[in-house]
Write a protein that binds this ligand. Structure first.
Ligand SMILES: [Zn+2]
Length: 95
């Protein structure tokens, strides 16, 4: 049994714990600014390419729905929540 294999066996559970933590945190609901309940659920994730200063850059944003009060929000990665227009919501979130 090599040292590298033993190292992998020791690190395996740590990696699993990190993966579980990331999945848990990403699925945890956010607090709704409208009703203050932890009920904001991501209903749609959009990945797109946008043009900034003539250069194409990747962009992504989410649409969130409050399961408590029904408020709708849009959030760019790392940015504040904004309220999407009715047309925008229907375009991305209606199945
Ligand atoms: Zn709410």
């Amino acid at each position: 049994m090599s040292g590298a294999y033993l190292g992998l066996v020791a690190v395996g559970p740590v990696i699993m714990a990190v993966v579980v933590a990331v999945v848990y945190l990403s699925q945890r609901k956010a607090i709704c600014p409208s009703c203050s309940h932890r009920a904001l659920r991501r209903v749609q994730f959009i990945r797109a390419t946008v043009v900034v200063d003539g250069r194409r850059v990747p962009d992504s944003w989410s649409f969130l729905l409050c399961e408590s009060c029904g408020a709708r929000y849009k959030q760019h990665l790392g940015a504040a929540l904004t309220v999407p227009s009715e047309a925008e919501w229907n375009q991305y979130c209606s199945k």
